[in-house]
Design a protein around this ligand. Structure first.
Ligand code: TYM
Length: 319
């Protein structure tokens, strides 16, 4: 089974990225042949500064490796190091119905948030489909916000196969129930563009400040708090042990404790959860040459598969 996923270097990674995609991807690297890449071409739709983009790519690579991506099991590479992706993207764009792309909500959302409506942003799902289809991927672990893009990918593969014969493999998404949408500080989906993120490896002080800023209701200290839909509890469940979670839920129902106390517990649980990864990150940071070598080796593996699939595609379409 080939497992594939990508992540954009469009800013600093956050807990939504980690629990929605990185953690499940890392768990899956034991289950098959994993291909994980840094979507630098996609990030160009929002990052328009070469040095900045290179910096984000580097930080992202460090983060993913620190979190447990194992380069001896997994091909870890930069999207832009696989030229076949761009060629397949063009091929797919010739069969992609305009209406299908016009219905994509991530494009509409980004425009609504003030991102310049470029052609690249519009055709983003076609490039993403190429990312997936060029490796004959079976399974794609993602957060819920990517569900529609996976549907477009499947639609394009099926459409291409209807026209040219059974050439492309139709992939399946994997979206974990518990981490499909990690909430941000305000309770909405955690997202760079909503300015509500908790970063993966912030300074301790900055992390404390962020967590103390989580939006809560105005229930007085002595009264019971609402368990259902609590952002604090949802985040706590991601990082705390089962017993600690039950204790916090019981305490919510009992009343007598203020949100400030719960935030402190969440802060400590986040610090503990990521402590080993922080350590690993510091060690990796000292050896940037090694990170480059990992990405180059990953691209070599990825290109070998992509060239084989593109061989079939070129033959089918007459290139
Ligand atoms: P990106 O870079 O926005 O996000 C990377 C991954 O993190 C997940 N995610 C979340 N999951 C749960 N809760 C959240 N609050 C949250 N925020 C982000 C995303 O669902 C995603 O899985 N288009 C992709 C990158 C991409 C890609 C691909 C993915 C390009 N080509 C091919 C898979 C396959 C994106 O923008 O993800």
């Amino acid at each position: 089974m080939r497992i594939l996923s990508g992540i954009q270097p469009s800013g600093i990674l956050h807990l939504g990225n980690y629990f929605g995609m990185m953690k499940p991807s890392i768990a899956l690297q034991e289950k098959g042949e994993a291909f994980y890449f840094i979507a630098d071409l996609h990030a160009m739709t929002t990052v328009r500064d070469g040095d900045k983009l290179r910096g984000f790519v580097r930080e992202l690579a460090l983060d993913f490796l620190a979190c447990g991506l194992d380069p001896s099991r997994t091909a870890f590479f930069r999207q832009s190091d696989v030229p076949a992706v761009n060629q397949l993207s063009w091929v797919l764009s010739t069969v992609a119905p305009m209406g299908l792309l016009e219905r994509c909500h991530s494009y509409k959302d980004k425009i609504a948030k003030g991102v310049a409506p470029s052609h690249g942003l519009f055709s983003y799902p076609v490039l993403m489909a190429a990312d997936i289809l060029v490796y004959d991927s079976d399974l794609v672990p993602v957060g819920k916000d990517q569900k529609q893009h996976l549907e477009v990918t499947r639609d394009l593969a099926i459409k291409f196969n209807e026209i040219y014969g059974e050439v492309l493999k139709v992939p399946e998404p994997q979206i974990s129930e518990t981490t499909a949408t990690v909430p941000g500080l305000d309770g909405a989906k955690m997202s760079k563009s909503y300015n509500n993120t908790i970063e993966l490896f912030p300074e301790e002080k900055a992390l404390r400040k962020k967590i103390m800023g989580i939006k809560t209701d105005s229930t007085p200290v002595e009264e019971p708090k609402i368990v259902e839909g609590s952002t604090l509890l949802t985040l706590y469940r991601l990082v705390a042990g089962a017993e600690e979670v039950v204790a916090m839920e019981d305490s919510f129902r009992a009343g007598g404790t203020g949100y400030g106390e719960y935030k402190k517990r969440l802060f400590e649980a986040v610090m503990d959860y990521f402590a080993p990864m922080r350590e690993r990150r510091a060690a990796l940071q000292a050896d940037t040459g090694a990170v480059d070598e990992i990405l180059v080796a990953g691209a070599k593996k990825a290109n070998a598969v992509a060239e084989e699939v593109m061989g079939r595609v070129r033959k089918a379409v007459g290139l």
